[in-house]
Design a binder for this molecule. Sequence first.
Ligand SMILES: Nc1ncnc2c1ncn2[C@@H]1O[C@H](COP(=O)(O)OP(=O)(O)O)[C@@H](O)[C@H]1O
Ligand SMILES: [Mg+2]
Length: 111
Amino acid sequence: MQVITIVQTKGGSGKTTTAMLLASAALNLGRVVTLIDGDVNAQLGRWRDSFELAAWEGAQKPNWPESLSILSPPESVEGLLSLLDAEEARGVDLVVIDTGRAPIPTPRTSV
Ligand SMILES: Nc1ncnc2c1ncn2[C@@H]1O[C@H](COP(=O)(O)OP(=O)(O)O)[C@@H](O)[C@H]1O
Ligand SMILES: [Mg+2]
């Protein structure tokens, strides 16, 4: 299992877009992908909502990929490590961790 974390302290620099495109490319290759939405803005968490609410303008709406999971970040480093172990155990090929302006875990819980 590969884990890619997108980190850049500046907001609006393309982190979430990169995470979405990496996930999309891997899904297109048949990989099982998990996105961890480490940004408090939860933009990734709203990706599915946008997908459901989009006006497909006559195009046939595709199914949301079953092999894509979008998860909230754990509260601690230990929780993150446990989550990564669990994802690997269930056969996930790629985990992409999106972050906000401060990398997850938040300063409150980092070690
Ligand atoms: N390579 C790019 N070229 C042009 N616009 C981009 C590119 N990557 C991202 N954007 C746009 O820039 C804005 C911020 O991107 P986003 O991925 O949300 O940044 P971040 O997650 O770092 O805050 C979005 O409107 C996005 O569509
Ligand atoms: Mg973002």
